[in-house]
Structures are given as structure tokens and as C-alpha cells.
Design a protein around this ligand. Structure first.
Ligand SMILES: NC(=O)c1ccc[n+]([C@@H]2O[C@H](COP(=O)([O-])OP(=O)(O)OC[C@H]3O[C@@H](n4cnc5c(N)ncnc54)[C@H](OP(=O)(O)O)[C@@H]3O)[C@@H](O)[C@H]2O)c1
Length: 277
């Protein structure tokens, strides 16, 4: 199996934290250890963007991240490794509407390494199923979607009090946590996820809306950003979506990040940043 995995080239790495127990084949694929700070809950986001910073083309039927990454094997392997590393994956209702088949499991994004992801989770004492927290303010989520029924997923919905009322009686055995009257803060969302799951490593695969709010509230610690070597462009007719919107920062208060790592997979760059507090 190891021979079939892509191999990332590590171009730069700033030492930090303590390494997770990666199976040898995944360590070779990743181009070294994957380390995280120890201690308090740690929120890390993952995106793939075009050279001009778009994370969605905004075209019906082509909204998803795979249209941006073009399915690059290195990017997909890293997504799998990050999902397998996470105690919980946080996802947004907007992304679920755009990509209704996604379940946020490591196996789904990179099936070739499913056994290695399972081994990695066992070594960390994590349950085999991926814990996925879907964040919605309105409660307008389709409970028939795969993420709520996959045998590989332990789902959770984090919503507002109004959203929980809307969902009442429809969620069967999916737990619902209500925080905030209509629009929970991201701090409330993360605290609810931690309280519910005991998570320490929290991967956000939410879209630009929730990511922007997390940045504005300083609840996101890191960004893993794959730069895909093509340009999407924008026009009046087709805006697409950039990494952060509709949040906009003043230049003097715009989040600033330290570069933690640079890896290469073919013509793709895989960047890792830590946001300054
Ligand atoms: N290229 C990539 O790496 C990547 C990664 C992720 C997503 N995407 C793309 O991004 C697009 C989706 O972006 P998005 O920004 O709409 O998705 P999102 O951030 O995942 O979800 C936005 C949704 O979050 C909920 N929300 C907003 N504020 C909230 C609050 N205060 N509390 C609780 N929930 C709140 C709302 O859901 P309700 O309306 O239900 O209240 C809102 O519609 C898709 O095209 C997806 O494919 C790309």
C-alpha cells in the first residue's frame, strides 16, 4: 500500500508541539511528522484555494472543493491525515448544502489509506468513527443526508435555540446542542463541541462564512492551506467565494499568521500557518 501513496516534499518546517503517532507509510507520505501543540483545545482549519484565493467557483454543480483541488492526491492524502488526527471535525451548514454527499471521514476523501487512518486513530486512543459537528444557526439542515447516517460518522448538530426548535422531532438519534438565541458565537460553538466530545484537536472544514467568524473571534489557531495552481477569476455575474467572506478586516486589525510549514505535491503548495493572538 505504501508504494501507492503520494509523497509530499517538505520545503520548510518550523518545529512545534509534539508529534502524533503516524504509521510509517503515512509519515513518508506526509514528508515527516505531524505535530500539534499540547494542552488546551486547538482549532485548525483546512482549505484548498486557487492562486487568486477562491475556494469555490460558485457554479451550480461545481461548488465543491474538489473543483478547486482537481483531486490532487497529495492534497487529498493530507485532508485524510488531518481528519484522522482530529478528535472532531467541525463543518458548516453552507458547505453541507453545497456538497451534500460529503461525510468528512478520512476514508471518504482518501480511501486508499483507510486502514492507515484507522491504525492512526487506534494509536491515539480515538474511536474509529469520525465525530462530525454540523454548525447551523437556522436549523435548516437535511437530516436525510449521508453524514447523519454513515456507519463511519458520529454526528452532532450545534445550533441556536431557534434552530433546535426548528429541528425538534426530526433528528432521531442525532444529538442537538443549542447555544445562543439565534446566532451562536464561534466561541460558544467550539465550547459546546468541547463540552460534548471532550475534543482537544478540532479540525474546521467549514466554509468562508464560519471561518471568517472564527478568525474575527480569534478561536482558530491554525490554517492548512493548499494552493492549487490555477486561477478562477471573478466577474459581476460570477463571484465565486474567497477564503473569508462576508467578514472584512481593517488593515490594522487583520489577522496575521506565522508560517509553520511549506510542502509540495506536484505543482501544489501546502502551506501551514499559525494565527497570532
Ligand atoms: N475549497 C475549500 O477548501 C472549501 C472548504 C469548505 C467549504 N468550501 C466551499 O464553501 C462554500 C460554502 O461556504 P459557506 O461559507 O456558505 O459555508 P459554511 O461556512 O460551511 O456554512 C455557512 C453556514 O453556517 C451557518 N452559520 C452562519 N453563522 C452562524 C452562526 N453564528 N452560528 C451558527 N451557524 C452559523 C449558516 O447556516 P444556516 O443557514 O443553516 O443557519 C450558514 O449558512 C461551498 O461552495 C463549499 O464547497 C470550500
Amino acid at each position: 500500500m505504501a508504494a501507492a501513496l503520494p509523497r509530499l516534499e517538505t520545503l520548510y518546517e518550523r518545529p512545534q508541539g509534539s508529534p502524533l503517532p503516524l504509521p510509517d507509510a503515512l509519515r513518508q507520505c506526509y514528508g515527516g511528522q505531524l505535530s500539534f501543540p499540547v494542552g488546551a483545545p486547538h482549532v485548525f482549519a483546512n482549505f484548498v484555494s486557487t492562486i487568486d484565493g477562491l475556494v469555490s467557483f460558485g457554479l451550480p454543480g461545481l461548488l465543491g472543493a474538489a473543483t478547486i483541488s482537481k483531486g490532487n492526491a497529495g492534497d487529498r492524502a493530507v485532508m485524510g491525515i488531518l481528519r484522522a488526527a482530529a478528535d472532531v471535525v467541525v463543518a458548516g451548514a453552507g458547505t453541507l448544502r453545497a456538497e451534500p454527499r460529503v461525510t468528512w471521514t478520512p476514508r471518504q476523501v482518501f480511501p486508499k489509506a483507510a486502514d492507515l487512518f484507522a491504525e492512526m486513530r487506534r494509536a491515539r486512543g480515538l474511536p474509529p468513527r469520525t465525530r462530525v459537528a454540523i454548525v447551523t444557526a437556522s436549523g435548516d439542515v437535511d437530516i436525510s443526508l449521508g453524514v447523519f447516517h454513515s456507519p463511519d460518522v458520529e454526528p452532532l448538530i450545534v445550533t441556536s435555540v431557534a434552530g433546535a426548535e426548528r429541528l425538534a422531532g426530526r433528528t432521531r438519534d442525532v444529538p442537538v446542542r443549542a447555544v445562543g438565541e439565534r446566532e451562536p458565537t464561534m466561541r460558544q460553538v467550539i465550547d459546546a463541541v468541547v463540552a460534548e466530545t471532550g475534543a482537544r484537536l478540532i479540525l474546521s472544514e467549514a466554509g468562508p462564512t464560519l471561518f471568517g467568524r472564527m478568525l474575527a473571534e480569534h478561536v482558530v489557531d491554525e490554517l492548512f492551506l493548499t494552493l492549487s495552481p490555477h486561477v478562477a477569476g471573478r466577474s459581476e455575474e460570477r463571484r465565486g467565494m474567497s477564503l473569508v467572506e462576508p467578514t472584512a478586516f481593517h488593515p490594522e486589525r487583520a489577522p496575521w499568521a506565522d508560517l509553520l510549514g511549506v510542502k509540495r505535491s506536484d505543482d501544489y503548495l501546502l502551506l501551514r500557518y499559525a494565527f497570532r493572538r
